[in-house]
Design a protein around this ligand. Structure first.
Ligand SMILES: Nc1ncnc2c1ncn2[C@@H]1O[C@H](COP(=O)(O)OP(=O)(O)OP(=O)(O)O)[C@@H](O)[C@H]1O
Ligand SMILES: [Mg+2]
Length: 353
């Protein structure tokens, strides 16, 4: 019944969920609790003969966060920290080994076929690479229209009208001309606009954008982010914005979580965290943001990453231990997440009394 109601609301063009649980939970659209994904690395026969064991990569290791309806949540961290794996888990492209995911109050991991269709319609993705994410053999009109067809809009004319409207929304004009082009006839920025139109066309509640501007020319990055921001306000979209670039995060985000080796080390309001980073890893990430005045950089910056030589068991302790300039003996145990200020959490012994 709830599902039928949600579908009906969406068909009427609303992005509001009708689920009562969500209101009780302070308007949270997405609630992720201790999700975990470990990948087994298979070895070749040669590697086994060389004595290399089968390995495990703990790509996501007990990650929890929530996203308020209509807000932008930034997930930041260096390459390999597990950002894309979290995106894939949330969108159910891969199954977690543990934990739970709730979307608009519903348990995403136990949805039936119909529930899954509802979820897929309402949670869309924008990929990093606008060159490989669009099928080169399809015209733009078919690329953007495909999700509509999958989700039951069979009438070609109705579909085309919705596609034209979406292309207009992302300012790909003249629409009638762009719609009949192939991806190779568009620039990187235009292709990313197509990807946004494709994500937008079903009027989803959530859009997960995995490094959506990192492969674009510097000059078009700001334009694409501004477009995404305008669409968010207009359609009350909730974003999960994945990036390793904190300078775009400040422009775009409301809240942020900093990920390091599959665990969140700090999270909270974006201004709190970027103005007063507490975790040594967050501080190092912020130091890496380029500054326009090179002399101030030389004056104020400290090297905040070291390279450790002492042995410790990463599984048992803080995962940043080996690189942390403030590492203490007790950091060989695992720190717990502390709320240091309302809504600002950090997992670090420096702040434990
Ligand atoms: N299918 C897979 N099989 C094995 N290991 C994987 C798989 N997918 C990801 N990993 C590993 O999990 C870790 C996290 O990868 P992930 O792609 O989530 O990182 P990321 O933060 O998105 O990095 P980037 O910024 O480079 O995109 C990495 O060590 C990666 O090698
Ligand atoms: Mg990634």
């Amino acid at each position: 019944m709830m599902e039928v109601m949600s579908m009906a609301m969406l068909d009427a063009g609303s992005t509001q969920s009708t689920n009562n649980n969500k209101d009780k939970d302070n308007n949270l659209l997405l609630e992720v609790d201790r999700i975990r994904k470990w990948f087994r690395i298979k070895r070749s026969i040669l590697e086994i003969l060389q004595g290399r064991q089968e390995g495990i990569v703990k790509a996501v290791d007990g990650v929890s966060f929530s996203i308020k309806q209509g807000s932008t949540f930034v997930l930041a961290g260096e390459s390999g920290s597990g950002k894309s794996t979290i995106a894939r888990l949330i969108l159910r492209a891969i199954e977690p080994d543990g934990g739970s995911i709730r979307f608009a109050g519903r348990d995403v991991l136990s949805l039936d076929k119909r529930g899954l269709m509802w979820f897929r319609r309402n949670a869309q993705m924008i990929h990093q690479d606008p060159y490989s994410s669009l099928n080169p053999r399809m015209r733009i009109i078919s690329i953007v229209g495909e999700p509509l067809e999958v989700h039951g809009i069979k009438d070609r004319k109705e579909r085309d009208e919705m596609v034209f409207k979406a292309l207009q929304e992302v300012r790909l004009e003249p629409v009638e001309e762009i719609a009949y082009r192939y991806p190779h006839m568009l620039s990187g920025g235009q292709r990313q606009r197509v990807a946004i139109a494709r994500a937008l066309v079903l009027k989803p509640m959530l859009i997960v954008a995995d490094e959506p501007v990192s492969m674009l020319d510097l000059s078009v990055r700001a334009e694409i982010l501004e477009l995404m921001q305008n669409l968010k306000v207009k359609h009350n979209i909730t974003y999960m914005y994945i990036t390793h670039d904190l300078s775009t995060a400040r422009y775009f985000g409301d809240s942020i979580a900093i990920l390091y080796k599959g665990r969140i080390v700090e999270n909270g309001d974006i201004d709190d965290i970027l103005n007063e980073p507490l975790h040594p890893y967050t501080q190092a990430l912020i130091d890496a943001i380029p500054e326009p005045d090179p002399s101030s950089r030389l004056r104020d910056k400290v090297i905040r990453i070291r390279s450790s030589i002492d042995a410790y068991d990463e599984e048992k302790g803080c995962r940043f231990y080996a690189r942390c300039p403030y590492a203490m003996d007790k950091c060989k145990d695992e720190p717990t997440m502390l709320e240091v200020k309302k809504g600002h959490h950090v997992s670090c012994f420096l702040y434990q009394k």
